[in-house]
Every structure is written in structure tokens, then in C-alpha cells.
Design a protein around this ligand. Structure first.
Ligand code: GRG
Length: 286
């Protein structure tokens, strides 16, 4: 895991620097840029761009500022989704990452617009980069697919409809795959697309990211139980009990690891570095 931890320590500051520099260079209304920078700079694990960069380097790719900015498109989309998810019409949250949410700080209209601007800017960061045209189009198509109606937005709709329904196990997997898995699936695939690996490997990476996202969401559900008195419905602990949810998490993490080993068996790949991403699940679930 040391290799991954060293990578993480090295690249999180670079990710944050590249994103802020690009936002500062934007020629837009000052209030809009301020709201965008407020949420992008509010912290967070930067897991999605890190995943793209780890996979890319895992295949031998050389990381430049241009590649970092392409990898950060997904972080802009993640940030927009959190701003919109916190709005009164959705989760109505006052705090995010320990700070007032965007609408609390800037008002609802500005928060909606900051989210809209981050969503569209993400595509500019890919389109305006110096990477080859084929990879660019593949990244833009996949990001649109995974963030949109058949990806994260579709998952958010299903999640909200779930307030009136109780989902089966299969339905819950499907909602989690869309809401959380789709962006992580893109993040992993993007590393392969940037490294110009085969379509078969890009597909394998998408499946790895999807499984990773499912594990991530089960873990999030488990951690929420510790923070609240009631177990929310349409979560793994509600469906399977806390012990069952932890067992399911362990089994999905094993499947995620196996998927990665399968990729390494097909092409030279720094498995030690990329498998470090799974250290996220080793901290709190014993
Ligand atoms: C509003 C279109 C729209 C979508 C919202 C992302 C999302 C969909 C809702 C947020 C709520 C939630 C629990 C989502 C599940 C994914 C998840 C655990 C997000 C948090 O991701 P982290 O932990 O966040 O990577 P940081 O703060 O580290 O960036």
C-alpha cells in the first residue's frame, strides 16, 4: 500500500493546484467563480481523479498538468452533484465537509448555477486538452453516459423515488451502481482511455470501477449507521442487518480485487500501485 499512499500524498496537492489555477483563469462573473471555487476547494478525498491517475500511471502513462486537468473533469462533476444534492429540494443539508453548503453561503440560485457551471466546465477541460482526439471523444462520450440519465442522475432519481418504496437487493445494487458506481466506473476507465489501452481493457476497468463504487456505497451505508439512531431504509444495513452488510462489503471488495488481478494478467500493469485504492476499505470495518 505504501506505493499508493506515496502517490496519493504526491498528487492530491497537484490535483488541487491544477484545479484552482484553471478556475482562477476562467473569464466568468466573479460571484460565479467564487461559488465554484468555494466548493471545489472545500476538501474531499479527491478519490475519483486519483483513481484515473493511478490507473493511467499503472499502465505506464506519464502524468503532466494537462493529464491532471483531464483527470479532474470528474471531480468537477462530483462537486456539482454534491452542491445539487445538498439543495433544499433534495437533501436540504446545511453543512458539507464541515462547512456551510453552497446554497447556505451563496443562496439557492447561485448554488444551482455554480453546479451547472461545474458540470459544463468538466467537458471543456477534456475537450480543450492536448490529448489525442480519439481519447478525447471516448472520454467525453463515457463521462456524458455515466454522469447523465443512464448514470448518476438516473441513480439520484431512483434514490429519491425510493423514499416511497422499499427496494429489493437487486434493485438496491442497481441504484447504487448508478448513483455512486457510475462515476467511479468512469474514473477507472478514463485512466485506461488516457493510456490508450484496448477496448476490452477499458471495459474491464469500467467493471472494476463499478464494483469499487458498490463497495464504496455499502461502506458509506455502514458508516451512516454509526452516525444516526435510525437505520435508513434502502440501505444495506436495513436490508441485510449490520453483520450482513459487512459480509457483503467483504465479498464485493474481494470481487473488486479479483477484477484488478484479471486486468494485470492481460497487460503489463502496476498492480501493487492500483490495488492500493482498495486500502480505503481496510480501515474501519473489522
Ligand atoms: C444531484 C444529480 C445529483 C446527484 C447526486 C453524489 C450524489 C448524487 C449524492 C450525494 C450523496 C451520496 C451519499 C452519494 C453517494 C456517493 C458518495 C458516498 C459520495 C461522497 O463521495 P466522497 O466520499 O466525497 O468521495 P468527498 O467529500 O471525499 O469528495
Amino acid at each position: 500500500m505504501q506505493k499508493y499512499q506515496d502517490f496519493y500524498q504526491e498528487y492530491v496537492p497537484q490535483i488541487e493546484q491544477v484545479m484552482d489555477q484553471a478556475l482562477l483563469e476562467l473569464n466568468g462573473p466573479a460571484t460565479l467563480i467564487e461559488a465554484m471555487r468555494y466548493s471545489v476547494n472545500a476538501g474531499g478525498k479527491r478519490l475519483r481523479p486519483i483513481m484515473t491517475l493511478v490507473v493511467y500511471q499503472g499502465f505506464g502513462g506519464i502524468i503532466t498538468d494537462d493529464v491532471i486537468r483531464v483527470a479532474c473533469a470528474i471531480e468537477l462533476i462530483h462537486t456539482y452533484s454534491l452542491i445539487h444534492d445538498d439543495l433544499p429540494a433534495m437533501d436540504n443539508d446545511d453543512l458539507r465537509r464541515g462547512k456551510p453548503t453552497s446554497h447556505k453561503k451563496f443562496g439557492e440560485a447561485q448554488a444551482i448555477l455554480a453546479g451547472d457551471a461545474l458540470l459544463t466546465l468538466a467537458f471543456s477541460w477534456i475537450a480543450d486538452s492536448n490529448i489525442n482526439a480519439i481519447s478525447k471523444v471516448a472520454l467525453i462520450a463515457k463521462l456524458a453516459q455515466n454522469a447523465g440519465p443512464v448514470g448518476m442522475v438516473g441513480g439520484q432519481v431512483a434514490d429519491m423515488l425510493g423514499n416511497e418504496l422499499t427496494y429489493s437487493h437487486a434493485e438496491l445494487v442497481s441504484v447504487h451502481n448508478l448513483k455512486t458506481g457510475a462515476l467511479l466506473s468512469y474514473a477507472a476507465a478514463a485512466g485506461g482511455i488516457l493510456a490508450q489501452v484496448s477496448n476490452e481493457l477499458v471495459q474491464d476497468l469500467s467493471e472494476f470501477g463499478l464494483k469499487y463504487g458498490l463497495a464504496f456505497q455499502i461502506e458509506d451505508d455502514i458508516l451512516d449507521v454509526n452516525d444516526s439512531v435510525d437505520i435508513e431504509k434502502n440501505t444495506y444495513p436495513h436490508l441485510l442487518g449490520l453483520v450482513g452488510a459487512k459480509q457483503e462489503l467483504a465479498s464485493v471488495v474481494d470481487a473488486t480485487q479479483a477484477k484488478l488481478a484479471g486486468i494485470a494478467s492481460k497487460q503489463a500493469f502496476d498492480l501493487e500501485l492500483v490495488a492500493g485504492l482498495l486500502s480505503y476499505f481496510e480501515r474501519k470495518n473489522d
